[in-house]
Design a protein around this ligand. Structure first.
Ligand code: FUC
Length: 761
């Protein structure tokens, strides 16, 4: 039975502490951040910041009749060709001059919006004694409770995925509660409708005409008030919140044609009919089923300490062993909690802030960055037994194919037509819910030809971990096949390098523009490996596979430099190589993707592994949130558990807010997900054709610990217990049957399994 891990605080979050202290709940469609009630104009006021994941500006609009996902010139491919030639001829000035053509527009990019802040302003609450604000990771709920004189107040909140609503119950014992509902930071031009027991907000976004509707319904044993909407003298009030838009991820219009109010009232009425208790039980069953699938126990005992105090102790190195382990266990499960809460069902994937947002101008638009961030969001999905959280990612990639064909045609002259309708798609560094696939508006961060190859790795792993051939055939493979067509047409032969190359290439946000950098070569090579495998599994596309088999070895991505480092650029260490833009500690470490999440650099390639370690040491351990998480995974793959642990320490101490959200800064959720994946990667790996148990167990975790339900490629679910660093028990559930290989210590054990059977070792 997993531990009941709870984040808790003895104070509310202040108005301006959304990113650092509010507590997130979400059902993937909607998010709410709970502040817990502060005194405002002499009254106790609960604050909730609300979001709906599809509530975005940008995209097609009457204001932008020419919207084309940022693609701005049908003949940009001519510039691409010219840059390729200039690069091959070493004409650096010409390259610089031409690069501005390899950019996209910015008009209509848009941003993730907030629905605003909802307030419940109470009468008669003068004090909050014995105050506790909690986020229960075990059952997916938040709560606030305190005493006010002789009254006991408790408010509970949860976001139900099956009901697609946010529900709350306010209870008062020894007295009553009276409150009114209001909002601020609502969308500009929003209209409000107050009726008995209901507060509704609706409108159209001025930018793109996106329609939205949100309503808050109250059921109480007290009296309902209308102006303002609220309740009086109640001991119990039930609140349902639901919001929807008319967005649909369908190119090129991106509208569903459905009325958001219909969606909202269908959901709310269903919940009203089911009643609160049953909605809660349904949510419980749904949430617990997922969160309980995997757990880790590093040996910590639960102690009574507020999470912000615990974090402070951890940061100042005053935490004792138990406190440290407790926070690490919590960090692991928090990542899983956030993924369950922000990525399920028929909606968009988790964005840079998951599904939470308090502003209409969030950093990087809170978009889908695909030169590391979106990929990292899904790193914990498979290994921590939450494969279905990746479905929104797969669907999102599918939705980018149609607009991505436009970008492939315009910038690469890879054209889909009636004869070849799926001839290749591509996307670059950043994307939106409205099919934004062009390069960014500045080449130096915006060009990222390998982004799609990298994303394909994420979705191919769905099959590797689950063995779900049906989903592979239906959803994953078609995306991979069209991506393969793109890359096989895009790569060109470079005489000087005697390789097939991606050119021009740009290592994410770092260094000079070159031919065939390690980032692009390695990701495309890994992708071709995966594509070959996928086409074999499905016995499809022999011709395309043969082409991939022929090209794959010619990419030759990895090269060791004079310091023993793994080179980021092929031309590195040669005369005339432009080092002016190189930052030794740059946060991106894109040339090590073959080590993690890729498979090309591993224990079985010791020379490359050594070079990767040199590179990791050169880059250093300090960085932004996601970059620390990135290096944690990389170190875990090297087998150096203590160093991986150091990175985990740095991530928690240096890049974590009191609500345990990751700090880039600002808040960016990728680091949470990367951190969770990294912890799993220290405990189990399966990228070398066998399951490696405790591959990177740090000294700090050696005592006594266990994990259960972590997943390995091949469809295996693994549990393990250890003492003094020695494995005491392993249990492997084979979901699909087949051969199981397990490495413990130096030996690899191999045995045949039957589907559905567990094996104890
Ligand atoms: C990548 C990073 C930035 C930031 C942004 C959202 O491009 O280089 O640091 O995380 O994504």
């Amino acid at each position: 039975m997993p531990k009941e891990l709870v984040l808790w605080y003895s104070t509310p979050a202040k108005d301006d502490e959304w990113e650092s202290k509010s507590l997130p709940i979400g059902n993937s469609y909607m998010g709410a951040s709970i502040f817990g009630g502060a005194i405002y104009e002499n009254k106790h006021r609960e604050k909730l910041t609300l979001t709906e994941k599809t509530f975005w500006t940008g995209g097609p609009s009457e204001l932008r009749p020419d919207y084309r996902g940022g693609n701005r010139n049908e003949q940009s491919y001519k510039s691409t060709k010219a840059v390729q030639e200039a690069l091959a001829n070493g004409e650096k000035d010409k390259v610089k001059e031409l690069l501005s053509a390899l950019t996209g527009g910015g008009d209509g990019y848009g941003a993730f919006q907030t629905l605003g802040n909802m307030y419940f302003t109470f009468d008669g609450i003068d004090e909050t004694v014995d105050y506790k604000r909690k986020l229960n990771l075990a059952n997916g709920s938040a709560s606030v409770c305190f005493k006010n004189g002789g009254e006991y107040h408790r408010r509970e909140y949860f976001a139900s995925h099956p009901s697609a609503i946010i529900a709350s119950k306010f209870i008062t014992e020894g007295g009553t509660h009276s409150f009114s509902v209001s909002m601020d930071n609502a969308p500009e031009g929003a209209e409000f409708l107050n009726t008995e027991g209901e507060f509704a907000m609706f409108g159209k976004l001025a930018d793109n005409g996106l329609e939205y509707y949100m309503t808050v319904k109250l059921h109480t044993d007290g009296e309902l008030t209308i102006n303002p909407v609220g309740v009086k003298n109640a001991t119990k009030t039930i609140i349902y919140i639901c919001a929807a838009t008319d967005y649909a991820n369908v190119y090129p219009n991106y509208r569903s044609g459905k009325r958001p109010s219909d969606i909202v009232y269908d959901r709310i009425s269903a919940a009203e009919e089911t009643r609160y208790g049953a909605v809660w039980l349904e949510h419980q069953a749904d949430f617990v089923r997922l969160i309980d699938r995997a757990s880790i126990d590093l040996g910590a005992e639960i102690i009574e300490i507020p999470t912000d105090v615990l974090l402070e102790k951890y940061k100042s190195d005053e935490a004792d062993k138990n406190e440290k382990l407790l926070l690490e266990e919590m960090y692991f499960n928090y990542g899983r909690y956030l993924l369950i809460s922000s990525s399920r069902g028929d909606t968009l994937p988790a964005n840079l802030q998951g599904v939470w947002n308090n502003t209409n101008t969030p950093p990087w638009s809170s978009d889908y960055h695909i030169n590391v961030n979106l990929q990292m969001n899904y790193w914990p999905a498979y290994v921590t037994n939450l494969a279905q959280t990746a479905i929104p990612l797969i669907d999102y990639m599918e939705s980018l194919r149609a607009p991505g064909r436009v970008t492939a045609a315009e910038y690469f002259n890879i054209v889909s037509d009636e004869e070849n309708p799926e001839n290749g798609w591509i996307a670059h560094t950043q994307s939106t819910p409205f099919g934004w696939t062009c390069p960014g508006w500045d080449f130096y961060w915006g060009w990222s030809c390998a982004a799609v190859a990298w994303l394909c790795q994420n979705i191919w792993e769905y099959y590797e971990f689950t063995g779900d051939k049906e989903l592979l055939g239906e959803k994953i493979y078609p995306i991979m096949r069209e991506s393969a067509r793109f890359y096989l047409q895009w790569l060109i032969y470079d005489q000087k390098q005697d390789r097939m190359v991606s050119s021009p290439s740009y290592s994410p946000e770092h260094g000079p523009v070159t031919i065939g950098n390690t980032y692009e070569q390695s990701l495309i090579q890994q992708f071709l490996s995966d594509f070959i495998e996928a086409s074999k599994v499905l016995e499809l596309d022999e011709e395309l596979r043969e082409k991939a088999e022929e090209i794959k070895p010619k990419l030759n991505p990895y090269h060791v430099g004079i310091r023993g480092q793994l080179k980021e650029w092929f031309e590195e260490d040669t005369d005339g190589f432009d080092t002016s833009e190189i930052q030794p500690n740059h946060r991106h470490i894109s040339h090590l993707l073959g080590l993690y999440p890729g498979k090309a650099i591993s224990q079985s390639t010791p020379e490359l592994l050594r070079a990767a370690v040199v590179t990791l040491n050169e880059r250093g351990d300090e960085s932004t949130g996601w970059a620390r998480a990135y290096k944690l995974n990389l170190w875990a793959r090297t087998g150096d558990g203590n160093r991986a642990y150091k990175l985990l320490n740095g991530l928690i101490s240096g890049s974590t807010f009191p609500n345990l959200w990751d700090v880039h800064p600002p808040f960016q959720i990728d680091g949470n997900f990367g951190g969770t994946a990294g912890i799993a990667e220290m405990l189990i790996q399966s990228h070398e054709g066998y399951i490696h148990i405790l591959p990177s167990l740090p000294f700090a975790w050696k005592g006594h610990g266990s994990f259960s339900g972590l997943c390995a490629r091949g469809g295996f679910e693994v549990s393990c217990e250890w003492s003094d660093g020695e494995i005491e028990r392993i249990e492997i559930l084979s979901k699909n049957g087949g051969i199981c290989r397990v490495k413990t210590g130096d030996d690899i054990l191999e045995f045949e399994t039957e589907a559905g059977k567990s094996y104890s070792l």
